[in-house]
Design a protein. Structure first.
Length: 191
């Protein structure tokens, strides 16, 4: 992948970020950049800015505060299955396995939310959005039932959408509850 130059209207352009990707990933990036009428570098820069904002860096052009000093090292032995699960879960969050394990351990020790804050907030927001969609669909279905017909989806289709939204909302709610509960119970062999 070509070097990406970071830019700012108040800073000089002097830093490069480089990484190697597969040909397929580079091709997909280029196609996405073309669709957005940007260069590959401009798209990567925008993605980095968004990622930094969601990671809590208010201004991506300002260096983040220093990391807390870590003074202790811990070694643990895992079963093959647990090691595989740890690697998979860390990879799903684009984290190193040790960093993910440290985050999970810290969350347990300090009784923090087991999900990363951004993920938990996104799930809670999705419940709110699904509830709003469900209310709107319910209103449309009510009008369709009263008048016999409205332009657009049939009452049966609206009821199916309403049920799907309700089911998804309940599933996300149960996911949050199970995630929070998982931190208060002992070892579960079914995880």
């Amino acid at each position: 992948m070509a070097a990406v130059v970071t830019r700012s209207t108040v800073m000089t352009v002097d830093a490069f970020i480089q990484c190697r990707v597969t040909a397929a990933m580079k091709s997909a990036l280029h196609a996405a950049a073309v669709r957005q009428q940007r260069t590959d570098s401009a798209l990567v820069k925008r993605m980095l800015e968004i990622m930094l904002q969601t990671a809590g860096v208010s201004d991506p052009h300002v260096a983040p505060a220093a990391q807390p000093v870590r003074i202790a090292r811990l070694s643990v032995r895992l079963t093959v299955e647990d090691w595989a699960l740890l690697r998979e879960r860390a990879a799903a969050r684009y984290m190193a396995s040790a960093t993910y394990a440290s985050t999970v351990l810290r969350a347990q020790l300090r009784a923090l939310a087991p999900l990363p804050k951004e993920e938990l907030l996104a799930l809670k927001q999705s419940i709110t959005e699904l509830s709003a969609i469900g209310r709107n669909l319910n209103q449309i279905a009510r009008v369709a039932n009263e008048r016999g017909r409205v332009n657009g989806p049939s009452p049966g289709e609206l009821h199916a959408l309403l049920n799907a939204c309700g089911g998804l909302r309940n599933h996300v709610r149960a996911l949050i509850k199970a995630n929070v509960t998982s931190w208060t119970v002992g070892h579960d062999t079914h995880v």
